[in-house]
Design a protein around this ligand. Structure first.
Ligand code: LFR
Length: 496
């Protein structure tokens, strides 16, 4: 059988891309056909996503994918970051631009939610880690606004784009699980949580699962993109992290994964959620994965820390070359200055070098001064946070991990991969960097009958076709242990 062409749309917080995957029973070839920036826009006080620019990028990308595939696509799937949404009025028109999860409108919302439903109960019912921007906090923050009052429908970002492409509305389950309104045991809405928080579940169109059909591209979309119809859309793990975990090239189940990009999402794949009080205290999440799995993980600030430093240096008239910084950081003194990369204080944009330096000073550590020192500080801190998440996930779930897989953009960052191996004391397998797009394409190809089997079979295809890099733990164990203790102690004091 000849390989079939699938377009995987993957929208990240800093860029969107459309990839063309040619998939056959034994082949998987991925190529980027279009990449476009995702630049949030502040209007007044509110930070928005520029969702029409993203949609235009998707259309341009589908046109490029079609051109590269000879005008015909076997399918389209879309994934993006989680938690954010657009509101539609009665006619299906979008009511305002979706608000960015890093917007500060959710300040104080957690207290309001806690007054309605204590955090322990909320965790026992949904298994979701506390992130200040979870959809429930956004909805509580939006309460009383004319926009929410006028809304007849709520669509998560990938579901919104899919609605524009096909005219059909649904709520994809892996992404729905990040709203904090889903019970991970039943994998459906929790009416109790919604009722206690006064959230109308009727706003959400029906739930659907990866592999389900998602309609066909509208005639206007075919005209815009030059594609020959019909082009089916398939529901994929529309939360990018869910697709990225499909794209982890693991064998067996003795592994941890770290999906790195703007965030580091570090944890384990489980077949049932862990809803204990210890798990809540450790801020682990039970997001839903593809094929009935649970993504048991913790959010870590990720390469956002470095991206924001780069942005600050550029704005200050001292733009830096990333490759040179990484080369310098590899030779810089290790573990000199470290911060808690899980600290939500780093969530909002702006002034990152200063905030990192202040955090070091508060901990009695030397403040980084040069861009190279900041880079080393960020990477050491991320490696420590990776170690902590991998260890905690095992302790809390009773499962073990003999290997750490790093997928996503950070898989290209050799220093980060090596430091993660050193910090965890475990072998690291790095790649694929485009795990989310690959997971997206594989779920489509399986639904189309091009490949068959469960996640192990899809992962075997990844191992056979994608270049991977291997890092063995090295470095000074005692120094990592000591730094880890210091950070853990500090995080504990901060929580108390
Ligand atoms: C990664 C990600 C994370 C989610 C964050 C916000 O791109 O989807 O999984 O916590 O973005 O949506």
């Amino acid at each position: 059988t000849t390989p079939q062409p699938f377009a995987a749309v993957d929208l990240g917080a800093s860029s969107g891309r459309v990839m063309l995957a040619r998939v056959g029973p034994e082949t998987l070839d991925l190529r980027e056909v279009h990449r476009f920036p995702n630049r949030p826009v502040r209007v007044g006080r509110t930070l928005h996503w520029d969702v029409l620019a993203l949609y235009r990028g998707v259309l341009d990308g589908l046109r490029a994918a079609g051109a590269a595939a000879g005008g015909r696509l076997a399918g389209v799937g879309i994934d993006s970051w989680a938690v954010d949404y657009g509101l539609l009025d009665e006619s299906g028109a979008l009511l305002g631009n979706p608000v960015h999860y890093r917007d500060t409108r959710t300040d104080g919302a957690a207290e309001k939610v806690a007054a309605l439903l204590p955090p322990r109960e909320l965790y026992a019912a949904t298994g979701l880690q506390h992130l200040p921007f979870n959809t429930v906090y956004q909805l509580v923050a939006a309460r009383g606004t004319p926009q929410l009052a006028a809304a007849r429908r709520l669509l998560m970002i990938p579901d919104l784009i899919a609605y524009w492409l096909t005219g059909e509305a649904g709520t994809e389950i892996t992404n729905a699980s990040t709203t904090q309104l889903v019970d991970p045991r039943t994998r459906t809405w929790s009416p109790v949580v919604a009722a206690r928080l006064g959230i109308d579940l009727g706003l959400f169109p029906p739930l659907r699962s990866p592999g389900d059909p998602a309609g066909t591209l509208l005639p206007e979309v075919l005209a815009e993109t030059g594609l020959a119809g019909p082009v089916p859309m398939t529901v994929v793990g529309s939360h990018d992290t869910a697709s990225a975990v499909v794209g982890v090239p693991a064998t067996g189940d003795d592994f941890a994964y770290i999906a790195t990009g703007t965030w580091s999402l570090a944890g384990l794949e489980l077949d049932r959620p862990v809803l204990t009080e210890e798990s809540r205290a450790a801020n682990f999440t039970n997001e839903l994965g593809v094929d009935g799995t649970v993504r048991y993980l913790r959010n870590i600030m990720g390469l956002w820390l470095l991206q924001e430093c780069l942005r600050a240096w550029e704005a200050g008239g001292e733009p830096q070359d990333l490759a040179a910084l990484l080369a310098g950081a590899a030779d810089a003194a290790p573990l000199r200055s470290v911060v808690d990369a899980g600290d939500p204080a780093f969530l909002v944009p702006g002034g990152m070098p200063r905030r990192i330096a202040e955090a070091c000073a508060r901990a009695g550590l030397p403040e980084p001064r040069t861009p190279v020192e900041f880079t080393r500080c960020v990477l050491d801190s991320l490696a420590l946070a990776h170690r902590r998440a991998v260890e905690d996930a095992q302790a809390l779930s009773g499962r073990t991990a003999g290997t750490v897989h790093i997928v996503g953009g950070g898989a290209h960052n050799a220093l980060l991969c090596q430091l993660t191996a050193d910090a965890t004391g475990l072998p690291v397998v790095a790649g694929p960097a485009e795990a989310a797009a690959l997971g997206n394409a594989l779920v489509q190809a399986r639904a189309a009958g091009v490949v068959d089997g469960g996640l192990p079979r899809l992962r075997a295809l990844l191992r056979a076709t994608q270049p991977l890099r291997y890092y063995d733990p090295a470095g000074d164990r005692a120094a990592w242990d000591e730094a880890a203790d210091r950070i853990t102690g500090r995080a504990r004091t901060a929580r108390e």
